[in-house]
Every structure is written in C-alpha cells, then in structure tokens.
Design a protein around this ligand. Structure first.
Ligand SMILES: [Zn+2]
Length: 268
C-alpha cells in the first residue's frame, strides 16, 4: 500500500517536473499560470492533466488542436513514479524521523537530477539553476547528518560532507581537464558543474565507480548509435545523462552490496 502511495506521489511530481523543464527553457514562472498546450495555447483542464492516465485517454493528442503530445511527458512521469518506489523500497526502513529525512533527501535529489537529465537530452544544456539548488540541498543534508554523527566520525571520509567535497573536486577537475584539452568538444562547462554535484553526492572514493561506469555506458551507447547510423562519429552526445544514470546505478549497487564500499575505502 505504502509503495502505491509513493508511486502516485512520484507520478504527480513527475508531472510537475515536466512543467519545470518546459518553463525553465522559456524562463517562464514555474509556479504561476495554468498549463496550456504549447501548440494551440488552449488551457488544459485538470481532467486532461492527470499523470499517465490523460496521455492514454487522449491517445497522446491535444483535445483541442489534435497536436501530438511529446512522449517526454508520460516517460518522465512514469520514471519518476518508478524511482520513488525504488527509493522507498531501499531507504525507508525504520520510519524514524531521521530515516524519513533520508528518504525525503533522496526523493528531492532524484527529482532535481531527472530535470537535469531530461533538459540535457532535450536542449544539450545543463540547467545551472537546478545544479546549484541540488548542491545546496545535498550540502545542507550532509552537514546535518555529520552533525548527528560528529562524535563517532573517525576518518575524514566518514564525514559525508568532506568526502563529498573531495569527490566533487576530483570529478569537476577531471572534467575541466577534458574541457580544456578538447576545447569544449568532448565536454562542456555544464559537465564540470554536474561533475561537482555528482561527486558531492557519492563522495570519495565511490566517485571513481561512477566515472568509470559513465564512460563505459557512454561509449557503449555512442558506438551503438554510430553503428546503427543514428549518429555520426562527430555528432554531439550529451554526457550528463550517462553521469546521472551511473550515479543512480552505483547508489543502488552500494546499498545492495555494501561490501564494495568498504573494499574501496580499504584500498584508497
Ligand atoms: Zn493544442
């Protein structure tokens, strides 16, 4: 039952994230003004704005002008719902307020990352406003967790904030290096800031896992697109989505196999 509630909340948040992605690009206000069809400008009624369901009932077309509604809408809604279920399943354990705080931290963080991922795919740009929001959110939560754990912090990497700063510094300087030697051909400055956020979230030394996985995913997908002739060797493939998906995968992996974490820490 609890998981169904998380799924429904996730669908509604996903629907809001679609609005954020759309209005962020137009620099419209995110909170004011009713939703309207981008094609015919007709206001969308609440019954045509139900996540997932309305898309199916309307068969993916605007009620008024018949223009196709982008697949982005149901995909983002469904993925957000699915991420919320997964996060609840993994992080919701004893229902203490500290545990709830952890769950809420991840729900908000993942929502912000979904916005960055879709925005980068769609516009080949990283929305810096969302990056800074996520950096502030993560720093505030990690500082709070550290202050609770303060007396038992033995090693510097037991502090989530310090280990995050080191992870962020390493990832962002690595991307900055790639930006400089490629003159912004392989990576853009947006990836440098995103790298900092990803490193801050996952910390040192786990950032190494995320970087390795993201380059692996990036080359597999890049080569597949080139071989299937969907893309040319020279065409741009945004790197942000690979970083974000790798971060999700490594967070889940570490939660299921905590031994990897201690193994890495032992060797670095
Ligand atoms: Zn329309």
């Amino acid at each position: 039952m609890e998981l169904i509630i998380f799924f429904i909340v996730g669908l509604m948040v996903g629907s809001f994230l679609n609005v954020v992605i759309y209005r962020l690009n137009l620099a419209e206000s995110i909170f004011w003004g009713r939703s309207h069809c981008p094609h015919c400008k007709a206001k969308i009624n609440w019954y045509d704005n139900i996540p997932l369901l309305s898309f199916i009932l309307l068969q993916g077309k605007c009620r008024y002008c018949g223009e196709k509604i982008s697949w982005q809408y149901p995909i983002v809604e469904f993925s957000t719902g699915l991420s919320f279920i997964l996060l609840a399943e993994i992080f919701l354990q004893n229902h203490s307020w500290l545990n709830w705080l952890e769950v809420i931290f991840y729900l908000v963080l993942v929502s912000l990352l979904i916005v960055i991922l879709v925005y980068d795919l769609k516009f080949l740009k990283i929305p810096l406003l969302i990056i800074w929001l996520a950096v502030a959110w993560t720093s505030a939560y990690y500082l709070l967790v550290d202050s609770f754990n303060f007396p038992v912090l033995i090693n510097f990497w037991d502090s989530r904030f310090l280990s995050g700063l080191i992870g962020g510094a390493i990832a962002s300087s690595f991307f900055l290096f790639l930006v400089i030697i490629s003159r912004e051909k392989w990576m853009g400055m947006g990836d440098v800031y995103l790298g900092f956020l990803i490193g801050l979230v996952i910390g040192w030394p786990n950032i190494l896992l995320v970087l390795m996985l993201s380059f692996l995913l990036g080359s597999v997908v890049g080569l597949t697109l080139v071989i299937s002739k969907r893309k040319k060797m020279s065409s741009q493939l945004p790197f942000g989505p690979f970083l974000i998906i790798s971060l999700f995968l490594i967070i889940f992996l570490l939660k299921f196999f905590p031994a990897i974490d201690s193994y890495l820490r032992f060797y670095y």
